[in-house]
Design a protein. Sequence first.
Length: 217
Amino acid sequence: MARSDAGAGERGIALIVTMMAALLLVALAGVLAPLAMIETAVGVNHRRSVQALYAAESALELATAELGSFPDWSAVLSGAVRSAYRNGGLAPVMPGGERIDLSAIAGRLRSDGAGAGAAGRGLEWRLFAHGPLGTWVSIPDGYGPWLVAVWIADDPADPDPDRQRDGNDAIVAHAAAFGPRRAARAVQATLIRQTVNPPPPAPPVTRARLVSWRIVR
């Protein structure tokens, strides 16, 4: 009987230990599952943020190339000339239901600027180009959807007080991208008009060149 009682006691202890281990595993699973979900969400948000930055930079490059083809930036600053890349209204709705008011953004840039340094505050920003990135340039499947927009303003160092006229062959541009789940990034840049003299008999070529840029969102 003593041996039987001892065996039963050992089996009882083993059962208790097994149950405690099982409960511990369940508790660990309950803790690790939310952490895994959080890590996945962080990874997704980071990917969206990087894609948004690339989209904003792409819009800036496209606008820079087009601006280089214009003989006079004064017409652009006054709004008489706008980009050929305009697709959709001024308050498009994103797939998630968020409305992007492009005109209101221009107003906020004038009054508040962008980013921690209030970049561009006080300038007369004017919407130059806007639309889905995929209508401007070919993009990979699954990249987006991204709405991009570019605003331009006169260079604050321009000695001409008329902010609707370019007096020093320099302007500033604000390019932003908006995507899924309120993902958004923006950059601001200073552009100058540059004349390149290729070897004769090719004629001089005028183009726009980025001289500085920074991430503002």
